[in-house]
Design a protein around this ligand. Structure first.
Ligand code: NAG
Ligand code: NAG
Ligand code: NAG
Length: 233
């Protein structure tokens, strides 16, 4: 799926409006259902339209859910998916990184909760499996690389464009390097490269990803010339 300029503007606008949304009843954002009879395998569907933004509501819901997995033995596998068309998970609500949040909201508290959530993905004795179709950007990506397994559908797009803009891609780098190797991880982060489905292994055993450079062409170009300039000093 390629977003048109209009859709991009709509996404940016809706992101802005999230700042003014109330801290809603967050239990609706995660739908749970049993996959097997014993309910040891659970499907967790993220539903935070329009883009599955990692905002206060989603962070709080995930915090409650992940902490509920701590002292229990029933749930052994969690399959994470999304029912928001075109998106598995978008970025962190950037308002949380700014000092201009709503009065009464302690943004840094939610950033702390966000990081403890993604730490729980590694620490909990539960297998997390991402069933990914749609954009998996920024925070969405940080979550996905911390699952134990990921399966990508035809419309899965992985990206970390914020890294090229100077924002930290929090907690992901080590996992990314383990998953795709240092060269591709560097290209992914520095080049703001979007990666779609993996092509079959070549006869030399190498894997090839299909970078979707076009939508980030100008970012990449700016970044490439900045890097060239930096290296020629
Ligand atoms: C979880 O279990 C451990 C020991 O089994 C206990 O020390 C701890 O207090 C429990 N935590 C909660 C939140 O119930
Ligand atoms: C937010 O930070 C900026 C830059 O550090 C500062 O100029 C501004 O006064 C701050 N605003 C508030 C509401 O603290
Ligand atoms: C905001 O939360 C952080 C913890 O994340 C805490 O250290 C800080 O004291 C809190 N600030 C206020 C004003 O409550």
């Amino acid at each position: 799926m390629r977003l048109s300029q209009f859709q991009k503007a709509a996404v940016a606008l809706s992101t802005l409006f999230v700042l003014f949304a109330d801290v809603a009843n967050s239990t609706d954002l995660l739908k749970q259902s049993c996959i097997n009879e014993a309910c040891s395998a659970v499907r967790l569907t993220i539903h935070n339209p329009p883009v599955n933004l990692f905002d206060i509501n989603l962070i709080t819901s995930l915090d409650t859910y992940l902490n509920s997995l701590k002292n229990q033995t029933q749930t052994k596998v969690v399959v994470v998916s999304s029912d928001v068309p075109g998106f598995f998970g978008a970025h962190l609500d950037l308002n949380l990184l700014s000092n201009v949040t709503r009065p009464g909201i302690n943004a840094s508290q939610y950033v702390d909760t966000y990081s403890s959530n993604i730490d729980l993905l590694l620490d909990l004795p539960v297998i997390f499996i991402g069933e990914i179709n749609g954009r998996t950007w920024g925070a969405g990506n940080e979550n996905a690389v911390r699952y134990d397994m990921r399966f990508a559908g035809p419309d899965a797009i992985f990206g970390a464009p914020e890294a090229a803009g100077g924002l930290l891609h929090y907690g992901e780098t080590r996992q990314l390097v383990q998953l795709i190797g240092p060269g591709l991880a560097t290209e992914f982060l520095l080049g703001a490269t979007e990666i779609t489905q993996r092509k079959p292994r070549g006869s030399d055993g190498s894997t090839q990803h299909t970078p979707r450079r076009k939508s980030y062409e100008s970012t990449s170009r700016t970044l490439r010339s900045a890097l060239r300039e930096h290296m020629s000093r």
